[in-house]
Ligand binder design. Sequence first.
Ligand code: GLU
Length: 308
Amino acid sequence: MPDLKTVLAEITAAMRAETTRGAVADYIPELRRVPLDRFGIAVVLRDGEEVTGGDADQPFSIQSISKVFTLTLALGRAGDGLWRRVGREPSGDPFNSIVQLEHERGIPRNPFINAGAIAVTDVLMAGNRPRETLAETLRFLRFVAEDDDIAIDEAVARSERETGFLNASLANYMRAFGVVQGDVEHVLGVYFHHCAIAMSCRHLARAGRYLAFNGRIPTLGAGIINPDRARRINALMLTCGHYDGSGDFAFSVGLPGKSGVGGGVLAVAPGTASIAVWSPGLDAKGNSLLGRIALERLARAMQWSVFG
Ligand code: GLU
């Protein structure tokens, strides 16, 4: 097996030199301003060893990667009853599509498209005030990432709200069908804020350990969720984690992964490693272009694909 440090150093150098980098998300100024030349990667192994490359300690907007953590928390609250309000099938549609909702009576296809994540946020709130739900989410992330400084970027949250007309449509549509049950403005407020959490690759990779290691963080001796639930979240990340690019990600990388429009990707090699990569340039489907390429190289070099 090649040496992980050498592999990450090679990948980082290659990604830094890459000239085709995709395009940064431009729907809000805070993301539009992020320099395209950034690249970071972090890998955390079972024994706690952390191997990093590039801008691994620079926080970025995790955006839709937050949906993995809100799903984890909402399942903790509602159990499998959550699946009455959200499906588990890949959508084959862009992240903010409203088309399927009409055909499927307001039930979103999966928890990782925007509609699904908004419904999950509603389940997570269940009678709580927005501030309490956000505090719970931050508390969880700070614990699993072992970093008390993880915070919400308020400027990003504000811009998300100012431009979030489609998300508001999705939420209202689901409210009409009783899939969203709480106050639509509150649910949207929490959704926009959890998307606006900023984290570094190192902290994101730490946060993903419970998914990589059967629901546990081995070095903390902490059980976060049961192994069945971790396995199922991983399955959803593999099938739905990259919107309508999920099939291609599984084909080329072969690991469960969740992307965000900030250019981050959280990926897990079950039993072996939790991985986070960040390159803000996106491909046509809104997934990090170099993030996928870096993960493809890493999975191949270390033979980490779940498909053998
Ligand atoms: N906050 C973004 C939105 O709802 C998240 C999209 C993403 O990361 O894919 O539009």
